[in-house]
Ligand binder design. Structure first.
Ligand code: MN3
Length: 182
């Protein structure tokens, strides 16, 4: 996780800032084609930054409540029961979708503001959940190989199952409360 944050996340931030400067430079020159050619890099690096920022606050060491489902707020707990049946059923759905991502990407628990329901979704590469689907991200699972190859080699299911032990349900609940109050 330390390497993941210091190297990978930092690279997305640096590349996003560098791309943004090129966008502004192209804009200053009135170069619309140049601006459009940078959209892919903007989405990839900006998405990498947004996704890893959420991921980082979604996790906590066990000593700080990581993995403790009792830290889940009452409102989120009720909606999880309504939409999935149980917390275990939610975990099973999110794990299966995340493990099933082809290539690199993310699994998400999101909130759909249109019908006020929880959704499990996946995104390829670093596509940011909200900007590309409209779902508000509550809990992200990074299934890029760089997230797990050092500890879990190529065994993505073992990594996803181990992640449940460090999920910060208080953070997931705070995100749900903020999204559902709007
Ligand atoms: Mn990552």
């Amino acid at each position: 996780m330390e390497l993941h944050h210091k190297k990978h996340h930092a690279t997305y931030v640096a590349n996003y800032n560098a791309t943004m400067e090129k966008v502004l430079d192209a804009q200053a020159k009135g170069d619309v084609s140049g601006q459009l050619s940078l959209q892919g890099a903007l989405k990839f690096n900006g998405g990498g930054h947004v996704n890893h920022s959420i991921f980082r606050s979604n996790l906590a060491p066990v000593a700080k409540g990581g993995g403790d489902v009792d830290k889940m707020g009452a409102d989120l707990k009720a909606v999880v029961a309504r939409d999935f049946g149980s917390v275990d059923a939610l975990k099973a759905r999110l794990a299966a979708s995340s493990v099933g991502v082809q290539g690199s990407g993310w699994g998400w628990l999101g909130y759909d503001p249109a019908d006020k329901r929880l959704r499990v979704a996946t995104c390829p590469n670093q596509d940011p959940l909200h900007a590309t689907t409209g779902l508000v991200p509550l809990l992200g699972i990074d299934v890029w190989e760089h997230a797990y190859y050092l500890q879990y080699k190529n065994v993505r299911p073992d990594y996803v199952n181990a992640l449940w032990g460090v999920v910060n349900w208080a953070d997931v609940s705070a995100r749900f409360d903020a999204a559902s109050r709007k």
